[in-house]
Ligand binder design. Structure first.
Ligand code: ACO
Length: 433
């Protein structure tokens, strides 16, 4: 890191009769961090923090979240302002480079990305190995990982130019890969990218266009999709980003690292929640059934949770959910659609937010609560939702991966453990057991 955080007073700890003190690191904003790197060497003890609820795994200058206040900043800029005024390409540039681009820089960057949208032709045959009903995320994991077998010329992670090219390739090729996963599932031919279209319009055309007809994306839908990409671009050290960093810490190539991130994102507690949230809303069906599901969500003996509700960091309304809810209305107006599921979602939110259980536990709608409703109105099947999340999050993953590789403090990620298994014992031959 260029600027190391200031070290203030020390934190004191007494352990096994030994007194130790460690520096308290201060970021530009947010909680202080106790630098415990020497704890094991000094005391022979580890810290225990499953789920990293109290652990900062790295230094980062990319994204900041204040979960209590419901604030999300990318390089200092509030997500609401970016969603309202910026474009996904501009946000990509911002995340990768630290500053908003000047007009010429934005044009050059967008042009560069557009020159990397095609896949190696051999990769098209890769898809045919999958069943037609394969989940798009299964295809994404496989195809993105396989990129490392095709782009050997950009996998030297110690070369900043290689890192830049592979970052551009990943951002550029992800829409092509996701659109092809969709096309494969519906049995339609793959469409090649059309580079005079915007990043988002190109993706929409590759997904919903067919070779037999011209395809024009509705401007309001293009704007909404672009905004959805912005809302998902990065989110600090979440599970998939931490997975990318951990995979990358061993020196693995970026395509393999992003494939690892995609695998992690797939889970229903993370990116898979948008699919799960819409499935849940359909299952609830009508507003009169909401109370029953609220009761189930509160019941400790029932594994059911309100999907799209709650967040490890936000203990307030997720600012992305605010934008998402507004975008639902815009898309519905533009496409002149009405979906009773939106009404159910609005009422579910209202009932949950006035319920003591959700209030006390500070459970609010997260970004996934409304995103499925828009994506479904646009025409995406639920199985594509998480693939779209992966597409948009790729820029965050590569920006975080680049930041990690450039950080002199970076070492291979290797957590320790609290061992509770048997202590040493002698092997017993099978006939004596
Ligand atoms: N419905 C009902 N109760 C919930 C919910 C929910 N959606 N979320 C949390 N709780 C309860 C838990 O049961 C727990 O109660 P307890 O203290 O009585 O045991 C308490 O709230 C705290 O929950 P944890 O699971 O400990 O919180 P954690 O920070 O580990 O989990 C998570 C956060 C995984 C997002 C959780 O809220 C959840 O499962 N939500 C539903 C899935 C979801 O929407 N995920 C998307 C996250 S955003 C993203 O990845 C883009």
């Amino acid at each position: 890191m260029a600027d190391s955080p200031a070290h203030a007073v020390n934190a004191k700890l007494e352990i096994n009769g030994t007194s130790v003190s460690y520096p308290i690191m201060k970021g530009s904003t947010g909680p202080d961090v106790v630098d415990i790197r020497k704890l094991f060497a000094d005391t022979g003890a580890f810290t225990y923090d499953p789920g990293y609820k109290s652990t900062a795994s790295c230094e980062s200058a990319l994204t900041y979240i204040d979960g209590d206040e419901g604030i999300l900043l990318h390089r200092g800029y509030p997500i609401g302002q970016l969603a309202e005024h910026s474009s996904f390409m501009e946000v990509c540039y911002l995340l990768l480079n630290g500053e908003l681009p000047k007009q010429a820089e934005l044009e050059e960057f967008s042009y560069t990305i557009s020159r990397h949208t095609m896949l190696h032709e051999q990769l098209a045959t890769f898809y045919r190995g999958f069943r037609r009903d394969a989940h798009p995320m299964a295809i994404m994991c496989g195809v993105v990982g396989a990129l490392s077998a095709f782009y050997h010329d950009s996998t030297d992670i110690s070369d900043p130019e290689h890192r830049k090219i592979s970052s551009h390739r990943l951002i550029a090729k992800m829409p092509t890969i996701a659109a092809m996963a969709y096309k494969y599932s519906v049995g339609q031919p793959f469409l090649y990218p059309k580079n005079d279209l915007s990043y988002t319009a190109n993706f929409m055309r590759m997904t919903f266009g067919v070779p037999a007809e011209d395809y024009e994306v509705h401007p309001a839908v293009e704007k909404a999709m672009d905004r959805i990409f912005i809302l998902h671009a990065d989110h600090e050290q979440n599970a998939s980003t931490s997975t990318v960093r951990l995979a990358g810490s061993s020196g693995a190539n970026p395509f393999a690292c992003i494939a690892a991130g995609i695998a992690c994102l797939w889970g229903p507690a993370h990116g898979g929640a948008n699919e799960a949230a819409l499935n849940m809303l359909h299952e609830i069906g009508t507003p009169d059934r909401i109370k029953h599901y609220i009761e189930r969500a509160k019941d400790k003996n029932d594994p059911f949770r309100l999907m799209g509700f709650g967040h490890r960091v936000y203990k307030n309304y997720d600012p992305r959910a605010t934008v998402m809810q507004k975008t639902v209305r815009e898309v519905f107006d533009a496409l002149q659609v009405k979906d009773p599921v939106f009404e159910t979602a609005l009422q579910l939110e209202e009932i949950a937010l006035s319920d003591d259980y959700f209030r006390e536990k500070k459970l609010f709608p997260n970004v996934d609560f409304y995103s499925g409703i828009i994506l479904s109105a646009i025409g995406f099947p639920t199985t594509m939702f998480t693939a779209l999340f992966a597409l948009a999050r790729t820029v965050g993953w590569v920006a975080q991966w680049n930041e990690m590789i450039s950080d002199p403090a970076q070492v291979i990620g290797r957590p320790r453990q609290l061992y509770t298994g048997p202590t040493e014992r002698d092997y017993v031959p099978v006939e004596e057991r």
